[in-house]
Design a protein around this ligand. Structure first.
Ligand code: SAH
Length: 208
């Protein structure tokens, strides 16, 4: 595990200020549909991280499938020590550049979430692939790993997933569910509309 130096510590940063900082980050330059690379919009990322901060969950966090790093970097801006795990080297280079742009230290590990292990995590934050494409193997491997790694998990899923999630994570329990929508810009050829709203749910899962 890397050591973290020169991190700003700002647990009091307002949600809107965080959102503005996250708006300055780069998105995926060549998003892979196979890996379901959809970047979390800054507003949703800031909301997830603020909820985690309010619950006192942002100590050492892991961002599984960190993509361009928005959740890990946002957590670091709020004072967390953050490690991102990502399978795609191109996304990792964006995440590293983004961390430098934001002026925070984030540890990025290349690997498949199903085969990594990280010690002493206080929370996992993630926007996993929803499972539409087989290559990503969907949210199951992410959920399974997340509840093994940390006592608290924040995770974004398709609306209507609650029954599945409750069953899948048991005996861990769903503590809260927030509902919202995710604007998705047309980024893959199979998208028919320029922009669509995807209904999503944000879960707080408690493992102990
Ligand atoms: N967390 C980022 C990206 C979400 S998209 C954000 O919130 O913006 C999901 C990410 O999971 C993609 O970057 C994709 O490359 C990564 N991913 C998919 N399958 C993976 C796996 N098995 N192991 C690690 N990362 C994976």
């Amino acid at each position: 595990m890397a050591t973290f130096v020169n991190r700003p510590f700002d647990p009091g940063m307002k949600q809107r200020q965080l959102e503005i900082r996250l708006q300055g980050l780069e998105g995926f330059s060549q998003p892979s549909s196979r890996l379901e690379q959809y970047a979390t919009p800054p507003s949703l990322a800031a909301e997830l991280l603020h909820l985690a901060a309010l619950h006192g969950d942002l100590g050492q966090i892991a961002d599984l499938g960190c993509g361009t790093g928005i959740l890990a970097i946002g957590a670091a801006l709020l004072g967390a020590r953050a490690v991102g795990v990502e399978i795609d080297p191109l996304a990792i280079s964006h995440a590293r550049r983004n961390a430098a742009l934001a002026g925070v230290e984030v540890d990025i590990v290349r690997g498949d979430v199903s085969s990594i292990w990280l010690r002493d995590m206080d929370a996992v934050v993630m926007n996993p692939p929803f499972g539409a494409q087989l290559a990503s193997r969907g949210d199951r491997i992410f959920l399974k790993k997340a509840i093994q790694l940390a006592p608290v998990v924040y995770s974004i899923h398709n609306a209507g997933s609650e029954g599945f999630i409750r069953k899948f994570v048991a005996p861990a329990r769903v503590d809260r569910v927030w509902r919202g929508s995710l604007p998705i810009k047309r980024c893959f050829a199979f998208h028919r509309q320029e922009c669509m709203e995807l209904e999503v749910e944000l879960y707080r899962i408690v493992c102990k």
